[in-house]
Ligand binder design. Structure first.
Ligand SMILES: O=C(CO)COP(=O)(O)O
Length: 133
């Protein structure tokens, strides 16, 4: 599966801890992330992550484009409750997930549920949508 990871600044440490906890599962998938999120995760875990541009430079939109093309199977996007600067971009990402029927988590509780679902094979239907792996 192709998994995209994004975290707002105040959620980056949470994302790193999540990726440490589920490193074993994540290591069996193709990971990509916005620039800073990806760098912090790969430094902490050693996971191989394709890093797009930083969110402030359009990295979110690069990921959005992949979602629009059905190239992302799961989005974990840890959002700060009071975040403002890229709000239209965030809304676009989530809208595209709805359009393409991509499982998405915006908080830790849902991310935990989805990572276990991924491990159980509950998301294997994505292989039909995105067979180009
Ligand atoms: O800005 C972001 C989300 O909107 C995340 O981007 P970075 O991972 O580069 O900080």
């Amino acid at each position: 599966m192709n998994i995209a990871l994004i975290a707002h600044d105040s959620k980056k440490e949470l994302m790193v801890q999540f990726c440490i906890a589920y490193c074993g599962i994540l290591s069996r998938h193709n990971l990509c992330a916005t620039g800073t999120t990806g760098r912090l995760i790969s430094e902490a875990t050693g996971l191989q992550i394709f890093k797009f541009l930083s969110g402030s430079q359009g990295g979110d939109q690069q990921i959005a484009a992949r979602i629009a093309c059905d190239e992302i199977d799961l989005l974990l996007f840890f959002r700060a409750a009071n975040y403002k600067p890229h709000e239209p971009d965030d809304a676009n990402l989530l809208r595209l997930c709805d359009t393409r029927n991509v499982p998405v988590a915006t908080n830790l509780a849902t991310a935990e549920a989805l990572i276990h679902a991924l491990e159980r094979g509950d998301l294997d239907w994505r292989d039909i949508v995105n067979p180009k792996r």
